[in-house]
Design a protein around this ligand. Structure first.
Ligand SMILES: [Zn+2]
Length: 215
């Protein structure tokens, strides 16, 4: 995939999008963005996180959108997350709220395809819960829409961190514009739990010759 070949979206043709990508600004978000083939008709829905790292994730989404020439970027109001949910991804009801809000926006844009790159890994129960959540949101929406149902895609739900990293490498995902650290800094701190988890994956996902993030 050649980044240079991606044409910026034409401002005169902003009516309607073919798909809406929920993008946290993390590696899965950057990878899902890179694997889409319709950047001219793609919108991004960014759930802002009410966490210390929230602004860093938002900056990364904006950088990713610039790289792919995507103009329809919606920054959702900061998301409430219970303190017990120590995660950089919306969990439980917060995930349902994100899905519903993104779905409503997609439908307003005449779009019936929502991409949710939530990544859980080999945890059967949690994967089932995510799939069921998406299905229930689809059903809930069917109460209020006619015609084509809203399709919610979860392309990475069962994948491990390493598998997402491999896809990122093959798709030439903008890893330099992805965030995973728990803090809002210029570069990932390298020492927090999230950095210890993601930094090796992200560095492995950078094509040879490129400079990984934080260097
Ligand atoms: Zn960190």
């Amino acid at each position: 995939m050649s980044r240079q070949a991606v044409e910026p979206a034409d401002k005169s043709d902003m009516a309607g999008i073919e798909a809406l990508l929920i993008n946290l600004g993390n590696l899965a978000g950057a990878t899902a963005l890179a694997t889409q083939t319709n950047h001219g008709e793609l919108g991004i829905w960014h759930p802002r996180l009410d966490l210390p790292a929230g602004p860093a994730f938002t900056r990364c989404v904006q950088r990713q959108a610039e790289i792919f020439g995507i103009e329809q970027v919606t920054l959702a109001p900061p998301l409430y997350q219970p303190e017990s949910a120590v995660s950089l991804e919306p969990q439980g009801m917060a995930a349902s709220v994100v899905l519903m809000a993104a779905a409503q926006y997609a439908l307003d844009q005449g779009c019936r395809r929502l991409v949710w790159p939530v990544q859980i890994g080999p945890d059967y129960e949690a994967v089932s819960a995510a799939l069921e959540r998406a299905q229930l949101v689809t059903h809930l929406i069917e109460l209020d829409i006619e015609g084509e149902p809203l399709l919610i895609e979860l392309p990475f739900v069962e994948l491990t961190d390493a598998q997402v990293g491999e896809i990122a490498l093959h798709a030439d995902a903008p890893v330099q514009a992805a965030w995973w650290c728990e803090y809002d800094r210029e570069k990932p701190c390298g020492g927090c739990d999230a950095c210890l988890r993601w930094r090796p994956v992200a560095e492995a996902a950078v094509p040879p010759g490129r400079v990984p993030v934080g260097r």
